[in-house]
Design a protein around this ligand. Structure first.
Ligand code: DC
Length: 212
């Protein structure tokens, strides 16, 4: 089972991904953290060819052997990760790593290009959407700091860069189910997504049972 979740920053991909991973016993992979780890590595003067990123079973991110998980989710890395994510050679390395993980495990993988580029044959593709205003409100609640207007502005800068880059821009796959989350409690989003996964599992079982 491969589940792809895409969507803009702070649209709820992580909360949904964690819930589905728990429910269906899948490995959860946050690909945004990989781009954040690359941005951190560049900050430390490490060249792309010398970067080694390992994702542990419990979701820790090791950069050249060092656990950097707690340093990835800063406001500075929000923007820097989005900048390094425009570089084709960075993307090529990350996509290779992401596909290797998906080859070895059943996964729920979240990012910007999972349904379009990384796992075009994913069993279920979900695209989460929400207004920048609502996403800014959630981000502030999650990080317990920040000014609403400034955070909203920064999200829009990132949305624009992530959606307008030449390689693998943020966009829903043509076969993705778009879930609009603005007016929806997380519980409802999880329930909608779980139903999609269950339907897909039913299809797979039915196809296996009716193979001649
Ligand atoms: O999901 P996130 O906010 O942690 O992602 C950080 C940045 O990484 C995001 O602004 C764009 C980039 N990214 C990407 O280009 N492709 C992905 N699959 C995941 C993230």
């Amino acid at each position: 089972m491969k589940i792809a979740i895409d969507g803009p920053a702070a649209s709820g991909k992580t909360s949904l991904g964690q819930a589905l991973a728990r429910q269906f016993n899948l490995r959860f992979v946050e690909t945004g953290k990989m781009y954040r780890a690359v941005a951190l590595a560049f900050d430390r003067g490490i060249k792309l060819s010398d970067i080694d990123i390992q994702v542990t079973r419990n979701g820790r991110f090791l950069l050249n052997g060092q656990d950097t998980t707690s340093e990835l989710h800063t406001q500075e890395m929000d923007q820097k990760s989005s900048q390094v994510a425009t570089l084709p050679d960075v993307r090529a390395r990350m996509v290779e790593l992401q596909r290797k993980i998906a080859d070895r495990h059943d996964v729920v993988m979240e990012g910007r290009d999972i349904g379009t580029v990384v796992l075009p044959d994913a069993d279920v593709k979900i695209f989460l959407s929400a207004t920048a205003h609502e996403r800014a409100r959630r981000r502030i609640e999650q990080r317990r700091c920040g000014d609403l207007e400034q955070v909203e502005q920064e999200l829009m800068v990132r949305d624009k860069r992530d959606s307008e880059r030449a390689v693998a821009p943020l966009k829903p796959a043509t076969d993705a189910t778009i879930i609009e989350t603005d007016q929806k409690p997380l519980k409802e989003v999880i329930s909608e997504a779980s139903n999609l996964v269950r339907d897909r599992l039913d299809d797979v079982v039915w196809a296996a049972e009716n193979r001649d």
